[in-house]
Design a binder for this molecule. Structure first.
Ligand code: SF4
Ligand code: SF4
Length: 453
């Protein structure tokens, strides 16, 4: 009972000093799961085979979207689950991700140069990966990829190809650390997760080996060149648990925490989030409009084709959120310090809305298509009795859930703004600025609500 009270307290009451719960101590079975590396290997193998099946279905299966279940499995089940997992497990999806599977196999067979990642990659990787992610979102919409098994399979194959080439050229998960388009968005969202994988400073302070980062004996090092000791945020760590077997001091552990803790501590200093958030929010508004009744009148007004109108909305939305975040950060009056330079305190205020917005977008597709899954399977396998299992999730339920999640994102933003105003920047932010910051947040949420399909 005491344990559950602790969990409740950690999740609901933000305490920056002592507000974490060591889940390995509270639930020793969880620690055993992380230590038994074969469990991870089994899950990864299952994921690799499932992905191979999806790609084959996309390439060689029926191209009619009503006759191929790979579309719902890829866009509805897989991607929606990844988005949902951000909020609970951080980047743990990446620990099981099938994309680097082939590269990992080639490395195990010694068919890799195993070189260290080059300097240009460590410097430019963030920009390339962010551009890659938003290209995927753009292409997903303008090519109507969610209705094309072939294009979906080609997208998955292109990511596998990128990860494999990087696996052959460089050691570890160079792709996941620097170039994966999904990795940057998952890493940014993971900063809102209720869990974090960290080392214990008291155990680490006398460490001479740093084997969590360097590896030891025959054990390979942290796959993303980090190591538990250097994991100070959720952006990079994959929660793969590999450093548990590397560390001789039993230092790394999984902690439960308040979902806004990391954002409040960092106050918008993550450059990754500063890049990703306005683009993500701009793309979401464009995607919501694209699927709403507003799109055709806007298209007629502009006189562009569908793809160009969407591109225009994407660009305008992104510029709007860049300016909104800039304006909000200036209103905080405190957005520069000697140690870190400029930062964007408005980013953590809009961030919960940005990621609940993504969840809304993906859940809508999942719920709208859920009732078609068995009939689609029936048509694909020629099992006509499955056609009788069609059902529709009521649109009011989907809308209600969407509104609830958007308001949850707003509540998170209001909480962060208030925390900054009352505590972190106490006495620095004029009350009218504080009201305007909230107004900007509500304006963003208003756009999300207005353009719900
Ligand atoms: S986690 Fe372990 S290996 Fe890494 S620095 Fe701490 S004590 Fe050393
Ligand atoms: S720090 Fe540990 S858990 Fe995180 S990616 Fe590296 S080995 Fe995996």
């Amino acid at each position: 009972m005491k344990k559950w009270k602790q969990i409740f307290r950690v999740l609901l009451f933000l305490d920056l000093e002592d507000g974490r719960l060591n889940l390995f101590e509270a639930f020793p079975a969880l620690k055993r799961f992380f230590y038994r590396r074969k469990y991870f290997a089994w899950i990864r193998t299952f994921g690799d085979l499932a992905f191979l099946g999806l790609i084959l279905l996309g390439l060689f299966g029926p191209q009619d979207p009503h006759r191929n279940i790979m579309l719902f499995l890829a866009w509805g089940v897989w991607w929606t689950s990844v988005v949902l997992s951000w909020f609970f497990l951080g980047r743990m999806w990446c620990a099981f991700c099938p994309f680097p599977g082939l590269g990992r196999l080639l490395q195990a067979l010694n068919w890799s140069r195993l070189k260290s990642p080059p300097k240009w990659l460590t410097c430019k990787g963030l920009h390339l990966a962010t551009a890659g992610f938003f290209f995927i979102i753009w292409a997903e919409t303008v090519t109507d990829m969610k209705n094309s098994p072939l294009l979906t399979a080609l997208l998955l194959l292109s990511i596998v190809a990128g990860a494999t080439i990087m696996g052959v050229l460089y050691r570890g998960y160079t792709w996941c650390r620097y170039l994966c388009p999904l990795g940057k968005i998952i890493g940014s969202a993971a900063t809102l997760a209720i869990t974090e994988f960290r080392s214990d400073y008291e155990k680490c302070k006398d460490c001479k080996t740093f084997s969590c980062r360097r590896g030891r004996d025959h054990l390979r090092p942290c796959p993303v060149f980090l190591g538990a000791y250097h994991a100070k945020n959720n952006l990079v760590c994959l929660v793969c648990g590999h450093c548990l077997i590397l560390c001789e001091k039993d230092s790394p552990a999984l902690y439960l925490r308040h979902p806004l803790r990391e954002q409040i501590i960092n106050k918008g200093r993550y450059i990754t989030c500063s890049y990703v958030i306005p683009l993500l929010m701009g793309s979401q508004i464009a995607r919501f409009v694209y699927e709403s009744l507003y799109f055709t009148p806007i298209q007629n007004l502009l006189g562009f084709g569908k793809a160009l109108t969407f591109t225009f909305l994407f660009a305008v939305g992104t510029l709007f959120f860049i300016e909104l975040i800039k304006g909000g950060s200036i209103l905080f009056t405190f957005y520069e310090d000697e140690l870190f330079g400029r930062f964007s305190p408005m980013v953590p205020v809009v961030m919960p809305l940005a990621f609940t917005g993504e969840l809304v977008y993906r859940l809508q597709y999942f719920l709208e298509e859920l009732g078609n899954f068995l009939p689609t399977l029936g048509r694909q396998l020629h099992l006509s009795f499955l056609l009788n299992y069609h059902f529709t999730v009521p649109p009011w339920a989907i809308k209600g859930l969407s509104y609830f999640l958007i308001l949850l994102g707003v509540a998170g933003g209001v909480y962060v703004a208030r925390y900054f105003y009352k505590r972190e920047f106490e006495g620095l932010v004029p009350f009218k600025n504080y009201l305007l910051i909230n107004l900007l947040l509500f304006l963003s949420a208003g756009l999300y609500l207005l353009f719900q399909p």
